[in-house]
Design a protein around this ligand. Structure first.
Ligand code: CTP
Ligand code: MG
Length: 554
């Protein structure tokens, strides 16, 4: 059914109905599209963080009278929105319209008896709903609607793709299935807000905010929540108050480096979550990484979380991607399809290693879109030219200024279809001179590689950093081989014949491991198969070699 509406929507118009995934049907997208001003990244962040502070999470019994629950809660104040989801039992996320309602609810609820549980006196926003007299009438227990928090498996997705009528609509189907929903986004901000309650026990002026794919418009259901502890407001306060004769000693020892301060802060917050954080499990402190972090599973929301301390550059790159993701609907559709393609073929992986990361792949797509003629998205230098006074940001000596108001950016004149763009992406990177050139998104140009990393993508804000430094030669070669193979499939396939034969076509063919969809094709891809195996072996050899090195301590 989605197919019809999808076909009606010209690429550019679909831009932001899907943004932050507002429940995500094509029809909904169509209605909200026209002439609504798009919010800036900061506006969205501020609004969602504030909503999350008025929100509670309630564990519900499996048989539930929704009306009764809402009736109880309403006695504490007006409810703005709520939804149910499954996560080891049914939970309800409830957003009140006033923050005081949360306190009101906290004040009347029972606290586990000290004799049974040795409680730490900390009031959380996690509740359990139980009725003393279980409702007897089955009629009162209408099954509640459960909002899905994960996407369908790839094989189910492929089934849906058969029914589309073009590659472009296949790509929008994938986008609508995988993108974050409004509900999932609320849950992500709630997870941050619950961690913030803890952080504030130590650092009353701190804030915990999400960054990365939870907020940059490229997150898919199920991805981790990257969050950071922000003391920015405190710093601003400090500079404002410089005038009088007093200088305040912070409630912290002076430390010789920012890195050491970061490690100490993360260490105590990590211990705090580990000892007292309700539902915070498997806490891992990774403090010696380039960007120190604490990893943990947040069971009440079901998210895997990475907590770090404010990294202004990473936030700027989240904002930059947010802008790109909102400028033209083809941007997100292309990125989602390529991320899925890369995952299916083992080019990306959920564990860190020598493979391309989703972040690097996204930057490669952005670079490709800057290079179209006419370009589909502007270069970072062009966005900088549009910046006004309040957009000016210098971070650690790097100029990170760019325009925040989306309406100042002229829409592209490019009318290429996603069918063309997908095929050209594979052709472009299948033939890219990676040995000589690097990708520079600030200028939207290839430039000579400054050093010999196999894949060099300039960090747009820290000009001497390569965001894909981790990628080794075999992994890059595998990427190139897969890109060439994919371009070949798209150019050569006889779509009508494939549709008649009920074989995967278009995007579905690209998401089926090569060599499996059609026995005839297997013969042809034999050469590639062995090449893929060779590069896999190479990468194994390499990782064994480095393990060996570690083992012998060299
Ligand atoms: N980041 C960066 N430089 C890197 C890696 C990451 O600046 N070399 C920043 C980016 O802003 C990125 C964020 O850290 O968005 C989070 O990194 P990561 O979780 O690896 O990427 P995501 O964009 O969140 O993608 P994924 O869905 O794979 O988590
Ligand atoms: Mg992430």
């Amino acid at each position: 059914a989605g197919g019809r509406a999808l076909r009606l929507l010209p690429g550019r118009l679909r831009a932001h109905g899907a943004r932050l995934g507002s429940v995500g049907t094509a029809e909904a997208a169509e209605d909200t599209e026209v002439n609504t001003r798009k919010k800036t990244f900061t506006e969205v962040q501020t609004e969602r963080l504030e909503q999350a502070e008025r929100t509670v999470l309630i564990k519900c019994p499996s048989r539930l009278n929704e009306k009764k629950l809402l009736q109880y809660l309403s006695s504490h104040g007006k409810i703005n929105s709520h939804f149910f989801f499954e996560n080891r039992g049914i939970h309800a996320l409830v957003e009140f319209s006033e923050k005081s309602s949360v306190a009101s609810l906290q004040d009347i609820v029972g606290i586990p008896k000290a004799a049974e549980h040795h409680v730490v006196p900390f009031k959380s926003r996690l509740f359990t709903f139980t009725l003393k007299n279980p409702v007897t009438k089955a009629a009162q227990e209408t099954p509640v609607h459960l909002s899905p928090q994960s996407h369908i498996p790839v094989n189910e997705l492929i089934q849906k793709l058969y029914r589309a009528d073009s590659i472009s609509s296949q790509m929008y189907i994938l986008l609508n299935e995988y993108q974050l929903t409004e509900e999932n986004t609320k849950l992500r901000f709630l997870a941050c807000s619950l961690v913030q309650d803890f952080a504030r026990a130590y650092f009353p002026d701190s804030t915990v905010k999400p960054f990365g794919s939870s907020v940059n418009t490229f997150g898919k259901l199920g991805c981790d929540v990257d969050m950071f502890l922000d003391f920015h407001d405190t710093q601003e306060h400090a500079t404002q108050m410089k005038k009088g004769p007093f200088e305040m000693e912070y409630q912290m020892k002076r430390l010789p480096s920012e890195r050491l301060a970061t490690q100490k802060i993360l260490s105590v917050i990590g211990d705090c979550l580990d000892n007292f954080g309700p539902g915070c499990m498997s806490i891992q402190k990774i403090l010696n990484a380039r960007c120190p972090l604490v990893k943990f599973a947040h069971q009440p929301t079901g998210f895997q979380c990475d907590l770090s301390v404010s990294n202004s550059i990473a936030i700027k790159s989240s904002e930059l991607l947010y802008i790109y993701g909102n400028l033209d609907s083809r941007v997100r559709a292309l990125v989602f399809s390529l991320r899925c393609w890369a995952r299916v073929h083992g080019l990306t992986n959920s564990v860190p290693g020598t493979w391309i990361t989703n972040f690097s792949l996204t930057m490669m797509v952005m670079f490709f879109l800057q290079k179209r003629s006419p370009p589909i998205i502007p270069t970072l230098d062009q966005l900088k030219e549009l910046a006004d006074e309040k957009d000016k940001h210098i971070i650690g000596g790097n100029d990170c200024s760019f325009v925040s108001d989306l309406s100042k950016i002229n829409p592209t004149k490019n009318t290429e279809t996603l069918d063309e763009l997908l095929c050209d992406f594979f052709e472009y990177f299948g033939n890219f001179d990676f040995r000589k050139n690097s990708l520079n998104l600030r200028r939207g140009k290839e430039v000579n590689k400054p050093e010999s990393s196999p894949l060099y993508i300039w960090n747009p804000f820290e000009q001497d950093l390569n965001i894909s430094k981790n990628v080794n030669q075999p992994q890059l070669e595998k990427f190139v081989a897969m890109a060439r193979e994919s371009a070949w499939i798209l150019q050569k396939e006889d779509r009508t014949q494939r549709m008649i034969n009920k074989e995967p076509w278009g995007l579905a063919a690209l998401l089926t491991p090569f060599g499996k969809s059609n026995p005839n094709k297997m013969r042809r891809t034999k050469g590639l198969g062995s090449e893929t195996i060779r590069s896999l072996l190479d990468s194994l050899k390499l990782s064994n070699a480095s393990n060996l090195q570690k083992a012998v301590g060299k």
